[in-house]
Design a protein around this ligand. Structure first.
Ligand code: APR
Ligand code: PHB
Length: 393
């Protein structure tokens, strides 16, 4: 089967789906090709912190209704170390900005519903997805779907297929520069059926390693502990996870973590990764396909959203006027924000984790940095303005 569209989009994560939705609002056609099932992408548990700008964009584009009802608006976060908490009042420090806690898979569900309601084609369960003729005016996506071979001819392809996708590796070698860091630890994350006992997120620095207290709803707590990178989930029975969480999160003034049934458990590696440029011919990369941040700054999904906001504008300009100036600037425009988030995520990660190679000197530096951020308004402001997200333009 042969299909024709203006923009062929590979990947139905937040990047691909939001791009398709924004293009539709601007009268540009697209088709999304995803290799997993709809059920799988709607239930894949990922991060859950939306920057103010992400929230505004979802609202302005008409997909924020459920987020407004169910999302939890937070005005601060807590840094916890030395047995006590230190609140960073983000709203006060940033002139009124806040974050919203709303699971990534909920954003994905809302976007799929919006696309389906507008008859926006999304192909789920595609196999053997490949991209071709990237440096021509008619790039192609091919795949198999239920025994049939499908070809999509388009004017532009958006590679929104995540870190392990096929778009980035389809760019000829020598074109991309790769910038990368891996970290000597991972996060073990759980979802627990336990009503949160603290209203805001807690980032905890502890001699046994980092821990994060987050949530998804008034009934569900989301928790993470730093573990060794090669750790097997089998070595972490529930009791061991709770034990570490209690040790790392509890305070001298008697704050207690509430336990509950663990309904999800997984280990995620930590890396920083950027490719430059985010373009080859008529293929444009967006989101995790082009860059990864460690989750400590909660920037992954927000960066994906910022990329496709820029890409949707550039593509709209291209299809309306034939001009390529915004498309030509796409990579450089996005990379400015991406490198800011790369630095912030690396900085938060470095401040809050125990590195196996660190000595007592390094631990003292970390404590000093944490105390400075907790005590100094300018230092806290720097954390807060990065955390709530810098303005788009
Ligand atoms: N063909 C088609 N689709 C693919 C392929 C392929 N070969 N490989 C991967 N995909 C799909 C994945 O199944 C996924 O649905 O591409 C989608 C990529 O989505 P994400 O990984 O969610 O990436 P992105 O949309 O860029 O969103 C970034 O995801 O990993 C988190 O922390 C990250 O929050 C950030 C967000
Ligand atoms: C989450 O709730 O999953 C979460 C929150 C903050 C982070 C990372 C993950 O920094």
């Amino acid at each position: 089967m042969l299909m024709r569209t203006q923009v062929g989009i590979v990947g139905a994560g937040p990047a691909g789906l939001l791009l398709s939705h924004l293009l539709h609002l601007h009268g540009v056609e697209s088709v999304v090709v995803e290799n997993r099932s709809r059920d799988y992408v709607e239930h894949r548990v990922r991060a859950g912190v939306l920057e103010q700008g992400t929230v505004d964009l979802l609202n302005e584009s008409g997909v924020g209704e459920r987020m407004q009802r169910e999302g939890l608006v937070h005005h601060g976060i807590e840094l916890r170390f030395g047995g006590r908490g230190h609140r960073i009042d983000m709203t006060d420090l940033t002139g009124g900005r806040s974050i919203t806690v709303y699971g990534q898979q909920e954003v994905v569900k809302d976007l799929i519903r919006a696309r389906a309601g507008a008859d926006g084609p999304i192909v789920f369960g595609a196999t053997d997805v490949a991209v071709h003729d990237l440096d021509t005016a008619v790039p192609r996506i091919t795949f198999r779907n239920g025994g049939e071979t499908v070809e999509i001819k388009s004017n532009v392809i958006a590679g929104c297929d995540g870190f392990h996708g096929i778009c980035r590796p389809s760019i000829p070698s020598g074109v991309l520069s790769v910038f990368e860091r891996t970290y000597p630890f991972a996060w073990l994350g759980i979802l627990a059926e336990a009503p949160p006992t603290h209203e805001e997120l807690i980032y905890a620095y502890h001699e046994r390693g980092f821990a994060l207290y987050s949530m998804r709803s008034p009934e569900i707590t989301r928790l993470y502990v730093q573990v060794a990178p090669e750790e097997d989930i089998g070595g972490w029975p529930d009791e061991r996870i709770w034990q570490e969480l209690h040790t790392r999160l509890e305070t001298d003034d008697g704050w207690k973590l509430r336990e509950g049934k663990i309904v999800e458990k997984g280990i995620t590696g930590m890396r920083s990764f950027v490719v430059e440029p985010m373009q080859f011919g008529r293929l444009f990369l967006a989101g995790d396909a082009a860059h990864i941040v460690p989750p400590t700054g909660a920037k992954g999904m927000n960066l994906a959203v910022a990329d496709v906001r820029a890409l949707a504008r550039a593509l709209t300009g291209f299809f309306k006027s034939g001009k390529t100036d915004m498309l030509d600037a796409y990579s450089a425009t996005c990379l400015k924000r991406i490198w800011r988030a790369e630095h912030f995520s690396w900085w938060m990660t470095s401040m809050l984790h125990r590195f196996p190679s660190d000595d007592a000197f390094q631990h003292r530096l970390q404590r000093s940095q944490l105390e400075y951020v907790a005590r100094s308004r300018p230092a806290a402001t720097s954390l807060a303005e990065n955390y709530v997200g810098l303005p788009f333009d």
